[in-house]
Write a protein that binds this ligand. Structure first.
Ligand code: 2IT
Length: 449
């Protein structure tokens, strides 16, 4: 491999050894883009790779709030403005108890290349808190969001940094966050957040966009194999907003999601999780922050497998991990290869360990990376920003058409980038290269800093 790439990976491994998720993503992306560095010695002279692993700035702040018993609670908040070379910082906020500096930095680094891939003018950012919304009342969540925004509002804005949702942050949280921003600034600047409710500037299709986009991307992958989505069975991990979008679009297109998992186990529904009633049930589970997937099995008469993961089941055509980071390790990858399932499309950010990904690729599984597959979410967030800036409201059809086109272009850009560097049909390296090239060019043209 390229010596400069090796040196920078070794430097990051040493300097950030206490940030394993961050090291993992840097190693993954930089290994992929090594052929670009070979072809561009000027990138080493400009020390581009070391510059890119340092966030432009990162905030860490105290978030204090009062629970329903009147007790004071303290959490940590973060916002990492990773790379603003191609547009205002953009990326979600994650509220979950396992959030720390490493998790926020890995998500911000990924976001930088993903956002570049969308073709929209958005830089990379991520933020969040170790606050866990599970089991909290609406009022507790409101007080937390208000305190979080009070600490954050001076660092964000429609042309500066535009947060959105992620795990634990949905339209309810975005509503509370926006309300507090508006109160503090005294202006109606709704372009400061995306994923808003429709009554104050949200975009149609934004709630569905990540899942729908993933299925549109899947259609491109199937087309390449001379195949199509009708009749396909899909195993999806997670049952959040993204999984819900996949289930809905898959059902519309004649495919079905037959497996769904949560942290307590998984369910197998051979009929597919596709009816209005079933989809609404999933939304309600999420709304209540419920971890009780068994209630789905009880209601719809199917099997629940407690404390197990479904990797390795062989009665599906496609695996789509869509829950969180590091869901699939080498052992799981071995089970997937042994199952004979041909397609593995990452949807959540970095669900696969680097060893697992290498194993899947080596054994002929057709793999696609999350930074391409889930990019429709942030892509439609950028469309929401456009609508807010223009004071316009686009129809669902208009947004959906743009999303479809965006996913097709992301797929094609990835295929083309891998091809240009002689890597063959490699959607993972292709996505990394295409995203990297755009950010690199913008940084090179903007001078040394
Ligand atoms: O990981 C992601 O791309 C998101 N959580 C969405 C970010 C956004 O700004 O819509």
């Amino acid at each position: 491999m390229n010596r400069y790439v090796e040196d920078v990976i070794a430097y990051v491994k040493d300097k950030y050894k206490d940030q394993p998720e961050f090291v993992q993503t840097v190693e993954e992306v930089y290994t992929s883009i090594a052929p670009v560095i070979d072809a561009h010695p000027e990138f080493e002279r400009a020390d581009l790779l070391k510059r890119m692993v340092e966030p432009e700035r990162m905030f860490r702040f105290r978030v204090v709030w009062t629970d329903d018993e009147g007790k004071t609670q303290t959490n940590v908040g973060y916002r990492c403005q990773f790379n603003g070379a191609i547009g205002p910082y953009k990326g979600g906020l994650r509220f979950r108890n396992n959030v720390n500096e490493s998790v926020i930095k890995f998500l911000g680094f990924e976001q930088t290349f993903k956002n570049a891939l969308t073709g929209q003018p958005i830089g990379g950012a991520k933020g969040g808190s170790d606050f866990d919304p599970a089991g909290k009342s609406d009022l507790e969540i409101m007080r937390f969001c208000q305190s979080f925004m009070t600490a954050l509002y001076r660092y964000i804005g429609p042309d500066t940094d535009v947060p959105a949702g992620d795990i634990g942050v949905g339209s309810r949280e975005i509503g509370f966050l926006y309300g507090q921003y508006r109160r503090l600034k005294g202006v109606f600047e709704n372009g400061v957040l995306t994923g808003k409710g429709l009554s104050y500037g949200g975009s149609l299709i934004r709630p569905e966009a990540t899942g729908y986009g993933a299925v549109y991307y899947l259609q491109e992958v199937l087309k390449h194999e001379g195949d199509n989505i009708v009749g396909k069975k899909i195993a999806v991990s997670g049952y959040g907003n993204v999984s819900w979008g996949i289930m809905k679009k898959a059902a519309q297109l004649g495919a079905k999601v037959t497996y769904m998992s949560g942290s307590a186990g998984y369910i197998h529904d051979p009929d597919g999780i596709g009816t209005e009633e079933k989809l609404q049930f999933i939304l309600d589970l999420r709304e209540k922050n419920s971890k009780d997937l068994k209630s789905y099995a009880d209601k719809f008469g199917c099997e629940f497998y407690p404390k197990q993961k479904f990797w390795g089941v062989d009665d599906v055509d496609i695996y789509m991990p869509a829950a969180t980071q590091n869901e699939v390790d080498l052992e799981d990858a071995k089970k997937i290869v042994a199952s004979g399932v041909k397609y593995y499309l990452e949807v959540s950010n970095m669900p696969t360990s680097n060893e697992a990904m290498a194993y899947l690729k080596e054994h002929g599984v057709i793999v696609a990376p999350s930074k391409a597959v889930n990019a429709g979410g942030v892509g439609v967030s950028a469309l929401e920003m456009s609508q807010n800036a223009e004071m316009m409201v686009w129809t669902a059809q208009e947004v959906d058409d743009l999303l479809k086109r965006m996913m097709k272009e992301i797929y094609e850009k990835s295929v083309d980038a891998a091809d240009r560097y002689g890597l063959g049909y490699d959607l993972v390296s292709g996505a990394n290269i295409a995203g990297f090239e755009k950010v690199a060019q913008a940084m090179m043209e903007q001078g040394v800093f």
